[in-house]
Design a binder for this molecule. Structure first.
Ligand code: URA
Length: 435
């Protein structure tokens, strides 16, 4: 095999064979393929595409470039992946809810990316908890507790790790083929039997329209199925933050309020139930998605999901009494101030990306790789679309490390909300189901 021949063939519109892609992925992992060759490959894929069979082959090849977990557990191994949004903390509810229903969930998750928050950063807002664990620890926590939300270790899909970094600096992130293979290679390396995808559409998502989200969802579902994993996708709304909070500890607080029933966020609850219902049906733990929804609802209502969440937190190094004592355990920002609307009216649109970027600017996300994040900052009580706002009913509460930080994001935050004279309907939570 020869990297030059693979790249030249692609450039001329001939997608490489599965064997050639497997060789290329191994070369990415081992270093036999150079940075220049990897960049040229990524650009050729962007321009010419791989086609459905090539997409499956690249996904399998990148999955197999590292360790692929296998399991021998008394229940199906299931997972969920979200394409990312603002205030999207569903994983923190869904993983324990699925585990409470008999599934095993080795949820290999990501950190914040651009304006979107990352599940690992949220979970690590809990003092003492660390998501960077060995494969052995992932196995043990998954088997003992039922779910483990952890970071990908170096052994998982190393070809993707290298290609992703090169795409990032060669203007080749934006390819459905490469995005699909990148997301799925990491997820499928966890040895899943079923995967449910939450493909987000709207101002706070990477895909701004339902049409764009559908294209990605179809590619993801067809590719994952082609690689042997039962998969379904929901296209869900991200034209406003999912939770009423955006920021790591603030979202964990909202998750705990919902899990323990002290103050249930309806959107978080409903999306957890919808995705969980699909996942349980895929894994054979429910007759169909509707039956699965009932089971997830019960796991949430009885407090069993909260219990599993507490066990997972303790197993990953967090406080053993977190579910009971979370208000005392989570870090809090020193400055808290209302974001007052410029006039009285109704919220008619929200620029989710602008809200996410403001959270990053407050220190709740990374401006560059390796930055330390401040888990306590962000936004809480964010007004949703259709809500009435006035000087007494603020757009949000800003939680900041200093008055100066809060001042710096004020104008961008106010501009992120469109205020109208008359109320508008809340958009639907789920737009479409694919697969
Ligand atoms: N997330 C990934 O893991 N890979 C991509 O290419 C895009 C989003």
């Amino acid at each position: 095999m020869d990297a030059r021949a693979i790249i030249a063939g692609l450039r001329q519109g001939r997608p490489p064979s599965a064997e050639a892609l497997a060789w290329f992925a191994d070369g990415l992992a081992s270093g036999a393929v150079s940075d220049a060759q990897a960049g040229a490959f990524a650009m050729a894929v962007c321009l010419k595409g791989l086609g459905p069979a090539g997409r499956v082959a690249l996904t399998r090849a990148m999955r197999d470039s590292g360790a692929v977990l296998d399991w021998d557990l008394p229940g199906p191994v299931l997972d969920k992946h979200s394409t990312g949004g603002v205030g999207d903390c569903v994983s923190l509810l869904l993983a324990p809810a699925l585990a409470a229903c008999g599934a095993f969930v080795p949820m290999i998750s990501g950190r914040g990316l651009g304006h979107t928050g990352g599940t690992l950063d949220k979970l690590e807002a809990i003092p003492g908890l660390r998501c960077d664990v060995t494969a052995e620890r992932l196995r043990k926590v998954t088997a003992d507790v039922g779910c483990a939300i952890v970071a990908a270790n170096a052994g998982i899909a190393p070809a993707d790790k290298r290609l992703y970094a090169i795409r990032d600096v060669t203007g080749t992130v934006d390819s459905i083929d490469l995005i699909t293979a990148s997301i799925l290679s990491k997820k499928l390396a966890a040895g899943l039997e079923g995967l449910v995808l939450d493909v987000k559409a709207g101002s706070g998502a990477f895909m701004k329209t339902v049409d764009e989200a559908r294209t990605l969802a179809v590619a993801l579902v067809e590719t994952a199925q082609g690689a042997g994993c039962m998969t379904r996708a929901l296209i869900t709304d991200m034209s406003q933050p999912l939770a009423a909070a955006a920021g790591n500890a603030l979202e964990v607080a909202e998750v705990l309020e919902t899990l323990t029933g002290t103050s249930v966020n309806a959107a978080l609850w409903d999306l957890t139930v919808a995705l969980g219902g699909e996942a349980l049906a895929l894994g054979g733990l429910a007759a169909d998605a509707e039956d699965g929804e009932h089971r997830i609802t019960e796991a949430l209502e009885t407090g069993r999901a909260a219990e599993v969440f507490g066990e997972m937190v303790a197993a990953l190094g967090g406080p053993v009494d977190f579910v009971e004592r979370w208000p005392d355990r989570l870090p809090a920002a020193p400055v808290m101030r209302p974001l007052t609307p410029p006039r009285r009216g109704f919220v008619t649109a929200i620029d989710g990306e602008a809200l996410g970027l403001a959270v990053v600017a407050l220190g709740g996300g990374r401006q560059r790789e390796g930055d330390r994040i401040n888990p306590s900052v962000g936004l809480a009580d964010i007004a949703g679309i259709g809500e009435h706002v006035s000087p007494d009913l603020p757009l949000a509460m800003v939680h900041a490390a200093s008055e100066a930080d809060a001042d710096r994001v004020q104008a961008a935050l106010v501009a992120a909300f469109t205020i109208g004279e008359t109320p508008v309907d809340d958009p639907p939570l789920v737009w479409e189901r694919i697969g």
